[in-house]
Design a protein around this ligand. Structure first.
Ligand code: PLP
Length: 374
């Protein structure tokens, strides 16, 4: 089976085989990794080794701490305002005289959810107009950051709409620390995290399985957490306790560790990027060379290499053709291609573990389906 799921997503085959082995006997201890105490020396080594591998793979400077947390991306939607929003003088109808402000860029459903959650904790300033159909990002040079914002939040890759920032944006100065949701393009390409105050990702796309959330945070931003923040979301506390303040998701961390090893053995992030560029180009070529039979609404500059939503049979899609497309794909062993329920159509998610052969299978099928149905 070829899995094109948006997440939880496909894992590299060699990683799955290793996991199968360690599930029964971790490192020759005679018991499973799932049964390993998080207070053991073996776990401390695993934790430190994973952190070190991530630091090396992404060239994360020591100015930034790496945290392993619970709660998924959605947990971070609350953790970020709770940890970073500082009280500054401003009057708003919702929050009164003393309020806390953050800047948000909304480019799809995930950044929209993040902004919605942050509204519970302070005033949200939209730094640019929200694109009606989420098919592009308003140019960062035109953004209007507010002077009293505690941070500026954006989503580096909108998993549902297929809109990706090709690099860390440069908003007009002066601006607050940048906070990025990198859940769905984490480890897919090199990324200059030194430009970010914080980046976070749920592990269930390019980094393993659900249960683990990775947070990369500039140390100088720690220590300003709202005292009402739940302790498991307090970055300062998690950092002080080396990510074992409470029981960590041991299994998910081990899976992440194995994925990082696989990435290193496969040539690191430059190799992931080259592969992902080639894979996404193949699908975009199939779309662009179809004379409108397939269509992608996202503007070229902002097209995601990870998630490619497209329609079959015209820009609004034909339900009949799209159903037939998905049925034919499943019959050929390709699953997970149905578009998000809010969008309809097709979505091909091409995370690191999806092989070039699998993408070739999909693009060949797209050509075959078009010849038979146009
Ligand atoms: N951010 C992005 C970009 C996502 O794709 C997702 C989930 O798919 C989330 C956040 C939410 O993650 P979680 O389901 O782990 O809370």
């Amino acid at each position: 089976v070829s899995l094109f799921n948006a997440g939880p997503a496909k894992l590299p085959r060699p990683v799955l085989l290793k996991l199968q082995k360690e599930l029964l006997d971790y490192n020759g201890l005679g018991y499973s990794i799932m049964e390993l105490s998080h207070r053991s020396a073996a776990y401390a080594r695993l934790n430190a080794d994973t952190e070190q591998m991530l630091r090396e793979s992404m060239s994360i400077p020591c100015s930034h701490a790496i945290l392993f947390m619970h709660g998924g991306g959605t947990g971070q939607f609350s953790a970020i305002p709770l940890n970073f929003m500082e009280t500054k003088g401003r009057t708003t109808a919702e929050h009164g005289v003393e309020t806390r402000t953050a800047d948000y860029v909304v480019t799809g459903l995930w950044s929209s959810k993040a902004a919605q959650e942050a509204k519970k904790f302070g005033h949200i300033n939209m730094v640019c107009p929200v694109p009606e159909k989420f098919t592009y990002v308003p140019e960062p040079a035109t953004w209007a950051p507010s002077i009293d914002a505690s941070y500026l939040y954006y989503c580096a890759n909108e998993t549902i709409h297929g809109v990706e920032f090709p690099e860390v944006p440069t908003p007009p100065t002066p601006h607050a620390p940048l906070v990025a949701d990198i859940s769905s393009n984490f480890l897919s390409r090199p990324m200059d995290v030194s430009k970010l105050g914080l980046a976070f990702a749920g592990a269930q796309k390019n980094a393993g399985c659900a249960g683990l959330t990775i947070v990369i945070v500039q140390r100088e931003l720690l220590g300003r957490c709202d005292p009402r923040c739940p302790v498991v979301l307090d970055y300062g506390i998690v950092e002080k306790h080396s990510s074992v303040y409470n029981t960590p998701p041991v299994w998910s961390l081990f899976v992440f560790n194995q994925v990082l090893k696989w990435i290193q053995e496969t040539g690191g992030l430059p190799a992931m990027e080259a592969m992902n560029k080639a894979k996404s180009k193949r699908i975009f070529d199939a779309i662009d060379q179809s004379g409108g039979f397939y269509s992608s609404a996202v503007e070229d500059k902002w097209r995601s290499r990870m998630n490619i939503p497209f329609r079959v049979g015209g820009p609004n899609g034909s339900q009949e053709l799209e159903t037939a497309f998905l049925t034919g794909a499943e019959a050929r062993g390709m699953v997970g291609l149905k578009g998000h329920r809010s969008m309809g159509g097709i979505r091909a998610s091409l995370y690191n573990a999806v092989t070039e052969d699998e993408v070739f299978l999909l693009s060949s099928y797209m050509e075959e389906f078009m010849s038979a149905n146009r």
